[in-house]
Design a protein around this ligand. Structure first.
Ligand SMILES: Cc1ncc(COP(=O)(O)O)c(C=O)c1O
Length: 386
């Protein structure tokens, strides 16, 4: 029903992705898709605009039920209305919860390589980052529980930020993995902050397990962030939710929200979220098929034409982590090569932590024609052609 092949011009629309890129560079860095937002969302927003009054807003019944139904239907997770707390984004939410549950000088564990705004969220709150690097083995990543157990023993460690599914390595963590992690954290009184913003973007053979859906015990030691922003390409609308079943943790979170004076949601965020979750399912299913085809194309193309680059197979997300070790370049040098020689703006691997310096991350949520051009540019750059 939907046409994901359509190329929509985004330059000069105030697009972070396109308007900061030089004319001849294809931007494939930030997690923002080049597809039109699903029609039911656009329609609901238009109707709201037509009303013509945009006063202070509250989240209505439809808003909450849309979230509850979506989580239940797509992920088998039963959440209660009172657990849901609006946030203007996941990054602001992670900053707020860290402010709520830590004191300056405390420590927070991150599994590197990882989404880089987590680093600043920890440091913004005067805390120290403790890295629990993922183990990279046989072309995939797994958690290092032995290292984690040692680090959790430090009683200044107060929180663990989980990326589920993981950006940039693309793992969709299994129930077993999450359970082991969750139990270790509970044993050491460390709260888990689970960023599940990519949880709806899962490839066919895999299943997203919301961390807090595993058991009441894990749920009560966790704050989960969900959002329609990546799923439906509405990041500019700034809508997310913190799901918190533990009332003590929820109150700590809400006190900070109150202190910052950001208790009122954006009117368009409320409308877009409800429309997305109530009416966006067919679009999402079609999107996932399209992304799967883009991913298959990328894997085949690179295997055949750029074998020095190894694709880390993502189980979820439209972000693909590319191991460029065999190119003999790393860090800034690698990034400069990709930008100047291939004229592609990817995300540089080293910003995800030191163990990312041989990597680049590519966003494949674009029309196939754009991906085809990008890969051909990369091939020509690696083979030394212009
Ligand atoms: C793991 C992860 N968390 C959060 C965000 C951004 O969230 P928001 O725009 O809601 O702050 C992104 C965007 O790329 C992301 O990949």
């Amino acid at each position: 029903m939907y046409n994901f092949d359509k190329e929509v011009l985004r330059r000069n629309t105030g697009s972070l992705k396109w308007d900061l890129a030089k004319n001849d560079v294809i931007p494939m860095w930030v997690a923002d898709m080049d597809f039109e937002t699903p029609e039911p969302i656009v329609k609901a927003l238009k109707e709201r605009v037509e009303h013509g009054i945009f006063g202070y807003t509250i989240a209505d019944k439809d808003y909450y039920s849309s979230i509850i139904n979506w989580m239940n239907k797509r992920h088998g997770w039963n959440i209660k209305k009172e657990w849901i707390n609006f946030s203007p984004g996941v990054v602001p939410g992670v900053n707020i919860i860290l402010r709520a549950i830590t004191h300056p000088g405390d420590k927070v564990i991150l599994q590197t390589p990882v989404y880089y705004p987590f680093f600043s969220a920890v440091e913004n709150n005067g805390c120290k980052i403790v890295e629990n690097p993922l183990i990279y083995e046989n072309g995939t990543y797994k958690m290092d529980y032995e290292d984690l157990e040692k680090k959790l023993k430090d009683n200044r460690v107060k929180a663990f930020v989980l990326c589920n599914p993981h950006n940039p390595v693309g793992r969709v963590w299994t129930e077993e993995e999450l359970k082991t992690l969750g139990e270790l954290c509970i044993k050491n009184n460390v709260i888990i902050i689970s960023d599940e913003i990519h949880g709806d973007l899962i490839y066919k053979q895999y299943r997203h397990i919301p961390f807090a859906s595993i058991s009441e015990e894990l749920s009560d030691n966790c704050v989960t962030f969900i959002a329609p922003s990546k799923t439906f390409n509405i990041a500019g609308i700034q809508a997310a939710n913190a799901i918190i079943s533990n009332i003590k943790i929820r109150n700590l979170y809400l006190t900070q929200v109150e202190n910052l004076g950001i208790t009122r949601p954006n009117i368009f965020a409320i409308v877009a979220t409800a429309a997305a979750y109530n009416e966006g399912e067919q679009w999402l299913d079609e999107l996932i098929n399209y992304l799967q085809n883009n991913l298959d194309y990328l894997k085949q193309y690179i295997r055949k034409n750029i074998p020095k680059i190894k694709v880390i197979n993502p189980e979820g997300t439209y972000l693909v982590w590319l191991d460029c070790s065999e190119l003999g370049l790393k860090g800034k040098e690698l990034h400069r090569f990709v930008k100047d020689k291939a004229r592609l703006w990817l995300d540089e691997g080293y910003i995800f932590g030191a163990n990312g310096e041989n990597f680049e991350r590519i966003n494949i949520a674009c029309p196939r024609s754009v991906l085809v051009e990008a890969l051909s540019r990369l091939e020509r750059a690696v083979s030394g052609e212009r």
